[in-house]
Ligand binder design. Structure first.
Ligand code: PLP
Length: 411
């Protein structure tokens, strides 16, 4: 879905044009009484007009705001906008990305059920599946992100094929359509964590996925000032997820946070157009630098997922990672870790912090931070070497960023 007959910049402009109006105006229909801006409704409860109306509302015979954990107009306006941006029938905003992820799994599985998930994934999601859910009798098989590996791991009690693409932190691309085909044949659910791509770069529901989960903390909110998550898909599945995550477990997004995310979404197309262009430019520069051993970004024809990204993504995304070239014999892990940290500390324009999808360019050293709790063998299998740095491109000038990385590599 990436039109390679256009320059990438022209393609990005076209993708931004496809959703820019929705980003500005989507969800306005949910505003009360002609308010242009989304009102922030901070009421925990809503008054009833009469005893009869209260009874009808509780029977579900009329739409009514009753209590903030069951629904709020500011949160609903965000959900309406996000659903349109993603092309989903419905959206449910949640307190965080992890609330969305844990919730959709718990809404789908019961004790004895089984999940197939990729080895290379967001570390907290991996911990959820590896350490926490087995205590509730829900087990996971971790696989390479190929359809063959998914197919092989499917068992009698498998309920979910969980996909994270592009993956963290090496930007591996999983074939969503092929995983969907496996699931359809066996009646399984496909859940895609689309956080890295954002709905700008990828819309898994259009490829047949059942549910998409996002951390809205990242590119959707886009300003690094809020924690939030979302589940998107058919109304039936989203309502079921809402019942478990928001009503049952209390993972509700606050109206203030919802307003921040909704405001962030108004500039979503513009921000992503720029950040995605910068990422491809920075990736090309780093790939040509002899001090860099390998650059992971789907825009590069050297990337294993390049052709697949062209076929299933709208853009290559704003994240990349790169591995520093090792000195001499290839170096032991401690040495490459020290080198990775040195480059990181020399950066001035880019900011050393976790998270991603911010207006600021954020850089982390996965081996000593986000993925340090991962067993070393698992880290190695996931391709996370000591010299790997992950970069989330923000909105600074691409030339300032390229100069910053070029200088930091010389230190
Ligand atoms: C950040 C992130 C999450 C978790 O989201 P929170 O909002 O921090 O709970 C899940 N998946 C991916 C890919 C992420 O980047």
């Amino acid at each position: 879905m990436i039109d390679t007959s256009l320059s990438y910049r022209d393609h990005l402009r076209r993708r931004a044009d496809a959703i820019a109006t929705i980003c500005v105006h989507g969800g306005e229909e949910a505003h009360p009484e002609g308010a242009l801006d989304t009102p922030i409704v901070l009421s925990s409860a809503f008054g009833f007009a009469s005893a009869e109306q209260a009874a009808r509302a509780f029977r579900g015979e009329e739409d009514a705001w009753i209590y903030g954990r069951w629904g709020n107009p500011t949160v609903a306006a965000l959900e309406a906008k996000l659903a349109r941006v993603e092309g989903a029938e419905a959206a449910c905003a949640t307190a965080s990305g992890m609330a969305a992820i844990a919730g959709v799994i718990l809404a789908t599985c019961e004790a004895g059920d089984h999940v197939v998930a990729p080895r290379s994934m967001y570390a907290e999601s991996a911990r959820l599946l590896r350490e926490r859910l087995p205590k509730l009798g829900i087990t996971t098989t971790f696989v390479e992100g190929t359809p063959e590996a998914y197919a092989e791991a499917i068992g009698e009690r498998t309920r979910i094929l969980y996909v994270e693409t592009p993956s963290n932190p090496t930007l591996g691309v999983v074939d969503i359509g092929a995983v969907v085909a496996l699931a359809r044949a066996r009646g399984l659910r496909v859940i895609v964590d689309g956080t890295f791509a954002t709905p700008f770069a990828q819309t898994p529901l259009a490829l047949g996925a059942d549910l998409v989960v996002h951390s809205m903390t990242k590119g959707i909110g886009g300003h690094g000032d809020v924690i939030g998550g979302a589940v998107l898909g058919s109304r039936e599945l989203v309502d079921r997820a809402r019942d478990v995550i928001v009503k049952g477990f209390g993972g509700v997004l606050s109206p203030l946070s919802a307003w921040l995310v909704e405001r962030g979404l108004r500039t979503f197309a513009l921000r992503q157009e720029r950040a995605c262009a910068t990422a491809a430019e920075l990736a090309a520069h780093l790939a040509a630098d002899p001090r860099v051993a390998v650059v992971h970004h789907p825009s590069l024809s050297s990337h294993a997922g390049h052709a697949l990204a062209n076929a299933q993504m709208h853009a290559y995304g704003a994240l990349l990672s790169f591995e520093l070239a090792a000195d001499g014999d290839g170096g032991d892990e401690a040495e490459t870790i020290a080198k990775g940290r040195k480059v990181l500390e020399a950066l001035r324009c880019a900011t050393h912090a976790v998270s991603l999808g911010d207006v600021r360019t954020l850089v982390v050293h996965p081996a000593s931070t986000t993925h340090s709790t991962m067993p070393p063998e698992a880290r190695k299998l996931a391709g996370i070497s000591g010299g790997l740095l992950r970069v989330s491109c923000g909105l600074e000038s691409a030339s300032d960023l390229i100069a910053d990385f070029t200088r930091a590599l010389s230190t």
